[in-house]
Design a protein around this ligand. Structure first.
Ligand SMILES: [Zn+2]
Length: 493
């Protein structure tokens, strides 16, 4: 008996030892997969002239208000600014106005057989929340250049994109660059209120039979101190974006006097259905873009985290539990369920004849709108609640290649623009204009080459939006390297 116990213990010990060795070995090779930080100097900061042009762009209030209301004069002024600021671009590129304000620039390549590369950005900005203007360090439409930053609404989202692309093209033209492969710049005018402009530009290109070798839009950033445990900044390139589906729930009832309540009370049934759906979230899982992000960023982490990420076969459940504990990371590992609208009743002593709720879902790649609707039906129909899919639903995007020529060109440009960063794929949890180009390109990426730290995130659509002079220089360099790199993509695409 004692011998058997001893034998069992030694088998256990041996198994434990093997496990430890596997964990240690995987952790070691994981750490070695990290490319060393580049010792190349970062690109130069943006020139005073480039900054003045970005500042002028911020001063034009191209605001998209709720319901799509815009000041047409502001958008016309912005188009004029582009024309004056970038004369070479306007001499060499064809410019089309699409959908009443979006600008589509075509830089024809010498070889029309090569599939074009499209760079997207948007001209419009979100409003400044009324009453918060005085909280800005510099007024939101001042375009102030101070303390190493350009300040104002749109300085970051997304006029650094529009103007950065234009700066790069103007500089390339000045240097005598003539593309072999056609380059297209697509600047939407209403991204913040639905992106009809991008949809129309994509439709126009599709109607012309254009297939794109690659698309780059805004979406993710250089995360600096945002990913817990990461030892280096991460240039996160969104290789997919989540889908979108809002579901309306409607409960109907007899109504009547509240002194004699009926069991079919519409308000109560809607409340229960919302609770059922909210209490049973979709299961969490690591989709390929998020797994790839951990593969790239994990090696920069210190030991316990690095070991955990290197051994996801062992720590997978724990990792998911950690990620789901925070709303910001939970969003990247599951199809989310958010009750956003509830309405029922008009008077305290009247039973409502109808109650309504809206649940907004953001879908993980791999899930489908049909599955989300079917799940809502299963839960709601038990309570006699109707389910309707609202307009505007979008399937999650396909996952663009995380290796291969298009990825390599992007990753090389991002790595040279931000030499201290690791380049990593990522999943974009919000919606971007890029989704409209998914049908005409197999390689659709989302990355704005600007650094963001933890205290920068509230500036996004918030107060004190700004972009650093160093980052804007890096962004211009990035777009330039991308335009040059795009020429080297294989012809077959
Ligand atoms: Zn944006």
């Amino acid at each position: 008996m004692a011998r058997m116990v001893k034998r069992g213990a030694s088998v256990l010990l041996a198994a434990l030892l093997i496990l430890l060795l596997v964990v240690a070995f995987r952790t070691w090779t994981f750490g070695r997969s990290l490319p060393p930080p580049s010792d190349a100097p970062p690109p130069p900061a943006a020139s005073a002239d480039a900054l003045a042009r970005l500042s002028a762009a911020v001063r034009i209030p191209t605001v998209s208000h709720e319901g799509g209301v815009q000041d047409a004069a502001a958008f016309a002024a912005f188009a004029d600014l582009l024309r004056q600021a970038y004369p070479r671009v306007h001499g060499a590129l064809r410019r089309e106005e699409v959908a009443g304000g979006s600008l589509l620039y075509t830089w024809p390549g010498a070889d029309p057989s090569l599939a074009p590369v499209l760079l997207a950005a948007h001209i419009d900005v979100v409003p400044v929340e009324p009453g918060t203007e005085a909280r800005w360090t510099h007024p939101p439409f001042s375009g102030a250049i101070a303390d190493g930053f350009v300040w104002g609404r749109g300085a970051w989202d997304d006029k650094s994109g529009v103007m950065g692309i234009m700066e790069a093209a103007e500089a390339l033209l000045a240097a005598g660059f003539a593309p072999r492969r056609t380059l297209i710049f697509a600047f939407g005018h209403d991204e913040e209120v639905g992106g009809e402009g991008a949809r129309a530009m994509a439709a126009l290109l599709r109607a012309r039979g254009v297939r794109l070798a690659m698309v780059l839009d805004e979406g993710m950033l250089v995360a600096d101190g945002i990913i817990a445990g990461a030892g280096r900044p991460a240039a996160l390139i969104g290789v997919a974006e989540k889908g979108y589906a809002s579901i309306e729930l409607v409960a109907r009832a007899q109504g009547g006097h509240s002194s004699m309540p009926t069991p079919d009370n519409a308000a109560a049934r809607i409340a229960r259905t919302v609770a059922d759906l909210s209490d049973r979230p979709f299961p969490a899982r690591l989709s390929p873009p998020v797994a790839a992000m951990f593969d790239a960023v994990g090696p920069t982490m210190r030991l316990p985290e690095r070991a955990a990420l290197a051994n996801r076969w062992l720590t997978g459940r724990l990792l998911l539990r950690t990620l789901t504990a925070e709303p910001s990371t939970d969003a990247s590992v599951r199809t989310t369920t958010a009750a956003t609208i509830l309405s029922a009743g008009t008077k305290d002593n009247v039973l409502p004849q109808e109650a309504r709720a809206v649940i907004n879902h953001r879908l993980l790649p791999g899930d489908t709108v049909a599955e989300v609707v079917a799940r809502a039906r299963r839960v709601a129909e038990r309570r006699g609640v109707e389910v309707r899919l609202m307009d505007g639903a979008v399937e999650p995007s396909p996952v663009s290649p995380m290796a291969g020529p298009a990825w390599d060109v992007l990753a090389a440009a991002a790595g040279r623009a931000f030499p201290d960063a690791v380049v990593a794929p990522g999943l974009t949890v919000g919606a971007t204009d890029a989704r409209h180009y998914v049908g005409i390109s197999d390689a659709t990426y989302r990355f704005l080459p600007v650094r963001a730290g933890p205290d920068d995130l509230p500036r996004f659509h918030g107060t004190d939006e700004r972009v650093s002079i160093a980052d804007y220089g890096a962004a211009i360099a990035f777009y330039r390297m991308l335009m040059e790199g795009a020429q080297r993509l294989p012809a077959a695409r």
